[in-house]
Design a protein around this ligand. Structure first.
Ligand code: BGC
Length: 755
C-alpha cells in the first residue's frame, strides 16, 4: 500500500475543493483517494489525520460518515438516523452537557395528518437539530409501502398508498433540507419485511413496482430532490437493490432525473464493485476491504475509471452542499423546548378518532378517570432500532391526562407500578433497560372493576405495542390482542357499562392491529400510534376537547389478518431463530417473497373487491360534521382541476381532509375501482364556515403502467373523480373525458420481469 505522503506526491496538483472546481479536483485525485471517497467509515482510512470512527468523531452516535481527504479540502461529513427525529448519543464522556433530540411523532402518525404543511413544519424543526448538532444528512424519511401490517418497521413508514407516502415524504424532505442539511430517502426499494431483510428476494411485477413500490419514491424524489437515496438490503427480482443498475441508474437517474448520491444501507456486502458500477456511489458503513476492491477492480479493468469518476463527481457535488464543507459553526443547543411544542401540536393534528358512540368524546374535562393498561405508564413514543430517538423524556398517559386536568384513580397506577417492579425484578432487568422493554399486559383482577366503575366517571384503557427494526410482528398476541388485553377490555366495559359509564380505548401501537372482534365493547377508540415524546399531552388535549381530532387512516384496518392478500406471502408468526438455520431449499417468504397479490395492496383490493373491513383507508371521525358542496371538475390541457367547498355543519371548530380518488377507464388493464390521486386538508373551520379546496392532477398522474408495452398509459374514455371522506365514504363525484390515449415511455428497467 502506498504511504500517505507518496499518494500526495503522486497527485499533480492540490486544488482545494470549491463548488466550481469539482472537475479539477477529480483530475487531481489518485485512484486510492477516489476509492476512499466512495466508501464510508473512517476506521482504517488510508488518509492521514483521520483517527475517528463513526462512533467517535465530534458527532457521537451518528450512524456513519464519509471519509475526508484533507489535502484536497474534502471534509468528513456525518450521517445520522432518522426518521422520528435525529438519533445521536445523548451523553458524551468528559462533559455534563447533554445532546438530546426531540422525539417527534413516527411517520405513520405524520401521514395520518394528511397535511403536507404540518409535516414540513415538523421536519423544519427536525432539520434544525440536524444542523445544530453538526450532522450533514438525516437518514430519513422511510417511505416503504405498508404492503402488510406485520412489517416491523411500518411505524417508520407512511402508508399503504404511494401518493400519500410520496407526498408526505416530499414534505418531509423539503422541511429538513430547508435548513441546508440533507436527507436520505430509504429503503430503495421493496424493503417491505424485516424477516431476513438482508437476503430476502422480493419478486415483483414491473407494473406493481412502477405503480406502487417505486411510485412513492418517484413522487418524493422528483418533487423534493433529496440529497441522498439509501438503497435497501434486500434483493429485488434476483438482484441486490444496491447492485441493481435497473433501479439505481435506469429508473432513478434516467427516468426520474435524480442528481444526488445513492448510499447502501448499513451492512457491507461482498459486491462492492457491482454496486459501484450499478450507480451506488457510497458504501456504508464501509471498510478498508471495500476500498481495496474498488482499487483492484479499476486495475484489472472490471470497473471503469469513468464509472468511478461518475460516482466521485456525485460525491463531490454532495459534499460541497454540506454544513461540514461550509464549516458551519453549530451550537449543539437547538431549541428543544420550542421543538417539543411542534411535536405536541403535530401529534394533536394527526391522531385518528376511530369510534365515538353517542358522542362519548370529548369529555368535559376534570373527570375522574380509571386509567387501565401497563402501556399507560410504559408509553411507547416511537419504535425500537435505528429509528429510536434519544429523547430527554417521554410524557406518559398518566402525566398526559393529569396535565389535561383529569383526576386519576391512584389505586390503578399503584397496581401497574407494582406489576412493573415485580416483572423487572423477576426478569433481572435494571431500571436503565425499562425504556426499551415492552411489558406484557398483566392479568387484571376483574373483581376490582366494579368498585372502580362506581367511584370513577370514565375508563380509559391503553393498549400498547412496541415494534422495531430487524423483526416482523406476529399475528398472535400482537396483531391480535393478547388474552389479558381482551379480558381487560371486556371486564372493564362490563363494569363501567353497568354503571352507565363510558369506556375509551387508546391504541398506542406501531402498526395496524385487529379491532373488529372487540371494538363494539368500547364507546370510543382513539389511535395516536407512537406519537413522540409529547404525544400523551396531545391525547389529553383531544380527550378534553381542547383539540378536535382531524387525522385519518393512511391504511386499511381489515377485519382479520387473513383478509389481506399479501398474508398469503408474508412470513406469518415466523420464529426468528429459524432464519439462522442452514437451509438447502429456499424458505417461502423468508428467502424469496413472491408479491403475487401484484397491485392489489390495501384499499386497492378491499375497495375493488367490496370486501368488508373494520376501518377503511382514509377513515377518521371528528367532533363536528362537514358538508361537501357539489364538486366541479374541469379537464385542462394536461389533466384536470377539481374543486369542492367544505362547510363545517357542526357545533365546534374542526378540520376536514378531502381525499380525491379517480376511477380510470380500463384501456386493456385490470384496474382498481378507484385510486387516490390527491388530497387536501381545510384550515380550522369555525361552525358554519366554509372553504373551497382545489386540486390539480396531471394526465401522467392518472396513468397506469402497461408492462407489456413498457410505458405509462392514460387510457381514452371517461374518468370519474370522487370527492371522499374515506375510500368508502364518497361525498360527490364528477367526470371528464379523455378523447385519445396518452402514453409515456420509460427506460427498459425491469422489462424482463414483465415477460
Ligand atoms: C437501517 C437504516 C439505518 C441504518 C443506519 C440500518 O440497519 O436499516 O434504516 O439508517 O441502519 O443506522
Amino acid at each position: 500500500m502506498m504511504s500517505v505522503l507518496a499518494l500526495a506526491a503522486a497527485a499533480s496538483a492540490q486544488p482545494a475543493l470549491r463548488q466550481d472546481n469539482i472537475e479539477d479536483v477529480i483530475k487531481a485525485m489518485t485512484l486510492e483517494e477516489k476509492a476512499t471517497l466512495l466508501v464510508g467509515g473512517a476506521r482504517g482510512a488510508i488518509v492521514e489525520g483521520v483517527t475517528s470512527g463513526h462512533a467517535a468523531g465530534p458527532v457521537q452516535g451518528a450512524a456513519g460518515n464519509t471519509r475526508p481527504i484533507p489535502r484536497l479540502g474534502i471534509p468528513m461529513t456525518y450521517l445520522a438516523d432518522g426518521p422520528a427525529g435525529l438519533r445521536i448519543s445523548p451523553t458524551r464522556a468528559g462533559t455534563d452537557k447533554t445532546f438530546y433530540c426531540t422525539g417527534f411523532p413516527v411517520g405513520t402518525l405524520l401521514a395520518s395528518s394528511w397535511d403536507v404543511n404540518l409535516v414540513q413544519k415538523v421536519t423544519t424543526a427536525m432539520g434544525n437539530e440536524v444542523l445544530e448538532y453538526g450532522v450533514d444528512v438525516l437518514l430519513a424519511p422511510g417511505v416503504n409501502l405498508h404492503r402488510n401490517p406485520l412489517c416491523g418497521r411500518n411505524f417508520e413508514y407512511f402508508s399503504e398508498d404511494p401518493v400519500l407516502s410520496g407526498n408526505m415524504a416530499a414534505a418531509y424532505i423539503k422541511g429538513v433540507q430547508s435548513n441546508g442539511v440533507g436527507t436520505s430517502i430509504k429503503h430503495y426499494a421493496a424493503n417491505n419485511q424485516e424477516t431476513n431483510r438482508n437476503e430476502d428476494d422480493a419478486i415483483i411485477s414491473a407494473r406493481a413496482l412502477r405503480e406502487l413500490y417505486l411510485k412513492n419514491f418517484e413522487i418524493a424524489i422528483t418533487s423534493a430532490e433529496p440529497w441522498t437515496v439509501m438503497s435497501s438490503y434486500n434483493k429485488l427480482n434476483g438482484e441486490y437493490t444496491q447492485q441493481s443498475e435497473d433501479l439505481l441508474t435506469k429508473v432513478l437517474r434516467d427516468d426520474w432525473g435524480y442528481q444526488g448520491i445513492v448510499m447502501t444501507d448499513w451492512g457491507s456486502k461482498a459486491g462492492t464493485v457491482k454496486s459501484a458500477a450499478a450507480g451506488n456511489d457510497l458504501m456504508e458503513p464501509g471498510n478498508q476491504t471495500e476500498i481495496d476492491r474498488i482499487i483492484a477492480a479499476v486495475k484489472d479493468g472490471s470497473l471503469s475509471m469513468e464509472e468511478v469518476d461518475r460516482n466521485v463527481r456525485n460525491m463531490l457535488n454532495y459534499i460541497v452542499k454540506t454544513p461540514s464543507f461550509r464549516k458551519y459553526s453549530y451550537s449543539n443547543s437547538p431549541d428543544l423546548k420550542a421543538h417539543a411544542r411542534v411535536a405536541r401540536d403535530a401529534a394533536a393534528e394527526s391522531i385518528v378518532l376511530l369510534r365515538n358512540e353517542a358522542a362519548t368524546l370529548p369529555l368535559k374535562g376534570g373527570e375522574s378517570v380509571a386509567l387501565y393498561g401497563v402501556g399507560a405508564i410504559d408509553f411507547v413514543a416511537g419504535g425500537t432500532g435505528s429509528g429510536n430517538v434519544n429523547k430527554a423524556y417521554v410524557v406518559n398517559m398518566v402525566e398526559g391526562l393529569q396535565n389535561a386536568g383529569f383526576k386519576l384513580d391512584a389505586s390503578l397506577q399503584d397496581f401497574y407500578k407494582a406489576y412493573m417492579e415485580y416483572d423487572r425484578a423477576s426478569r433481572r432487568l435494571s431500571n436503565a433497560n425499562v425504556r426499551s422493554y415492552k411489558f406484557a399486559e398483566p392479568a387484571f383482577p376483574a373483581q376490582a372493576a366494579a368498585a372502580q366503575a362506581a367511584r370513577n366517571d370514565v375508563a380509559v384503557i391503553v393498549i400498547g405495542r412496541n415494534a422495531g427494526e430487524g423483526a416482523d410482528r406476529r399475528v398472535t398476541d400482537d396483531f391480535e390482542l393478547t388474552a389479558a388485553e381482551r379480558a381487560l377490555i371486556s371486564d372493564v366495559s362490563n363494569a363501567f357499562h353497568k354503571e352507565g359509564k363510558k369506556v375509551i380505548v387508546v391504541l398506542n401501537v406501531g402498526g395496524v392491529i385487529e379491532t373488529a372482534s372487540w371494538k363494539n365493547m368500547a364507546d370510543a377508540i382513539l389511535l395516536p400510534w407512537s406519537p413522540g415524546q409529547e404525544g400523551a399531552n396531545a391525547i389529553g388535549d383531544i380527550l378534553a376537547g381542547k383539540v378536535n381530532p382531524s387525522g385519518k387512516l393512511p391504511m386499511t384496518f381489515p377485519n382479520t389478518y387473513f383478509d389481506i392478500p399479501s398474508s398469503a406471502n408474508f412470513p406469518y408468526d415466523y420464529q426468528r431463530n429459524a432464519v439462522q438455520q442452514n437451509r438447502r431449499q429456499p424458505l417461502k417468504d423468508v428467502d424469496v417473497t413472491n408479491y403475487s397479490e401484484d397491485i392489489w395492496v390495501g384499499y386497492r383490493y378491499f375497495d375493488t373487491a367490496a370486501k368488508a373491513v373494520s376501518y377503511p383507508f382514509g377513515f377518521g371521525l371528528s367532533y363536528t360534521s362537514f358538508a361537501y358542496s357539489r364538486p366541479s371538475v374541469k379537464a385542462g390541457k394536461d389533466g384536470f382541476t377539481a374543486s369542492v367547498t367544505v362547510t363545517n355543519t357542526g357545533k365546534v371548530a374542526g378540520k376536514e381532509v378531502v381525499e380525491l380518488f379517480v376511477a380510470a377507464p380500463a384501456g386493456g388493464l385490470d384496474k382498481p375501482a378507484k385510486e387516490l390521486k390527491s388530497f387536501a386538508k381545510t384550515k380550522l373551520l369555525q361552525p358554519g364556515e366554509s372553504q373551497t379546496l382545489t386540486f390539480n392532477v396531471s394526465s401522467y398522474q392518472t396513468a397506469s403502467f402497461d408492462q407489456q408495452a413498457n410505458c405509462w398509459v392514460a387510457a381514452a374514455g371517461t374518468y370519474t373523480v370522487y370527492f371522499c371522506a374515506s375510500v368508502s365514504d364518497v361525498r360527490g363525484s364528477a367526470s371528464f373525458k379523455l378523447a385519445r390515449p396518452l402514453s409515456w415511455k420509460v427506460s427498459d428497467a425491469f422489462a424482463a420481469v414483465a415477460k
